[in-house]
Write a protein that binds this ligand. Structure first.
Ligand SMILES: Cc1ncc(COP(=O)(O)O)c(C=O)c1O
Length: 438
């Protein structure tokens, strides 16, 4: 305790000292905290006081309880700690999940067309032209429209919708494997993740049934371009999942359509006719993540809560960004580029999957930007690929109960290079071949 600097004469002191130790790097992600009894004894406080401090830390997502493994620091506590180190400069970075910058529309012509007068307080929060374009897109794709609003990206939308309906301690069904930032967000809100197993067609209906029986309040699903596995829900799986969800009409369903038109798979929704739902369509993968903008469609109550909360906080998503997206969406050249982007991503994913298959390695990449490759041991493969010049992501943080794998972002990987990545990965899985090539 002294070594970590945990001290104090009451619950709030203990909370502050743990928080400071996390911020200053003395308590790292995953580090165990003493048991309630041990810390109470050490500080001369009552176990009730320490239990209250741990509860407060849990609700803020700084720590999590792990059954018999005790209480540990969260994998990514919501505090400004050192960011993930960038891949060393000599490595080709296939770890970030970014779109290919060459397949994102140039902003220069659209910026030149923006109004030059300064935006002021008092304008309506959302640009009607933007909402009209978004509404037409959703209708054209057969998706539910509900009420539309504008949020600061997919994660911002998911956070606002979760906060509109859930309270700390509530359970949320999440895809496993799934998107690490959603895991971290759910923890930071003091919510409890309930894993739902997925296959290439998305969440498995029988496992969603089990998770719903466990008493979840919400279900977050990525219907296409699932990160990290590339899974996408087709019409028949969507029907099955809708039937499962129909038995729990009160459960909030949030659809994370973060890749939209560049996903490489059509969109199917589980939300038609539900009481509480939201579909978040971000422009991050199609128009660029720095635009920080997503359209949120939902039922009237959910959207009213999101807009109400936004109105007493940030107020609105910058009209400059809204106008920029409106301009880009109105330009037929954008449509053409995004179609080409979706096709190119499919070609690049396919090239890596085929190259891996020639080495007898199975991989998942039905849609999106990433290829998910199950491996026996993540760290060995990540290290071997780094030695061969490629930075890829260990799957560990993307998994709750599912097995080990690595994630390779193939968005900007030329087919020729895909063969080199596949060969390096194959060598890392087969020690004899590694020795032979050494
Ligand atoms: C599944 C998923 N959801 C959301 C996001 C982030 O979207 P945004 O930038 O709109 O917050 C990502 C980014 O990679 C993602 O993979």
């Amino acid at each position: 305790m002294a070594q970590y600097g945990i001290h104090g004469s009451g619950a709030s002191d203990v909370v502050t000292s743990v928080e400071t130790a996390i911020r200053e790097g003395r308590l790292a992600a995953g580090a165990p905290l003493p048991t309630v009894r041990a810390l109470a004894r050490g500080l001369g406080l009552s176990p009730t006081t320490i239990a209250a401090a741990y509860r407060a830390l849990r609700v803020r997502g700084l720590v999590h309880a792990q059954g018999r493994r005790g209480t540990r620091i969260s994998p990514r506590p919501p505090l400004p700690i050192r960011p993930l180190a960038p891949a060393p400069a000599h490595l080709r970075d296939l770890s970030r999940g970014n779109p290919d910058p060459a397949l994102v529309p140039s902003l220069r012509p659209a910026l030149a067309r923006l109004a030059r007068h300064p935006g002021l307080y008092g304008e309506p929060a959302n640009r009607p032209e933007l909402l009209a374009l978004a509404g037409r897109q959703l209708t054209r794709e057969g998706l539910p429209r509900g009420v539309l609003t504008v949020v600061g990206g997919a994660l911002d939308g998911i956070e606002r919708v979760l906060q509109a309906h859930l309270r700390p301690g509530d359970r949320v069904a999440l895809e496993d494997p799934g998107y690490v930032a959603v895991f971290d967000l759910v923890a930071a809100l003091g919510l409890v993740a309930e894993p739902v197993a997925i296959d290439d067609g998305g969440p498995r209906p029988e496992d969603l049934t089990r998770a719903l029986r466990a008493g979840v309040e919400a279900f977050v699903i990525t219907p296409r371009a699932q990160n990290p596995t590339g899974a996408s829900v087709d019409a028949s799986r969507a029907r099955q999942l809708r039937a499962v969800l129909a038995r729990q009409p009160g459960v909030l369903v949030i659809e994370d359509d973060h890749a939209g038109p560049v996903a490489g798979a059509p969109a199917f929704s589980l939300c038609h006719g539900r009481e509480r739902w939201a579909l978040v369509r971000s422009v991050s993968k199609s128009l660029g993540p720095d635009l920080r903008l997503a359209i949120l469609a939902g039922d009237p109550t959910t959207v009213a809560r999101v807009e109400g909360r936004q109105s007493v906080g940030t107020g609105w998503v910058s009209h400059l960004l809204q106008d920029l997206v409106t301009t880009l969406w109105s330009d037929p050249a954008t449509d053409a580029l995004l179609r080409r982007a979706a096709e190119t991503y499919a070609t690049r994913r396919g090239a890596l999957v085929r190259a891996l298959a020639t080495h007898g390695i199975a991989a998942h990449a039905g849609s999106g930007l990433n290829v998910w490759i199950p491996v026996p041991e993540e760290a060995t493969v990540v290290a071997a690929l780094a030695e061969a010049g490629w930075a890829v992501r260990a799957g560990e943080r993307y998994r709750l109960r599912s097995g080990p794998a690595v994630r390779v972002t193939a968005a900007a990987l030329a087919p020729r290079d895909a063969e080199r990545v596949a060969a390096a990965l194959a060598r890392s899985l087969c020690p004899e071949r590694r020795r032979a090539s050494a």
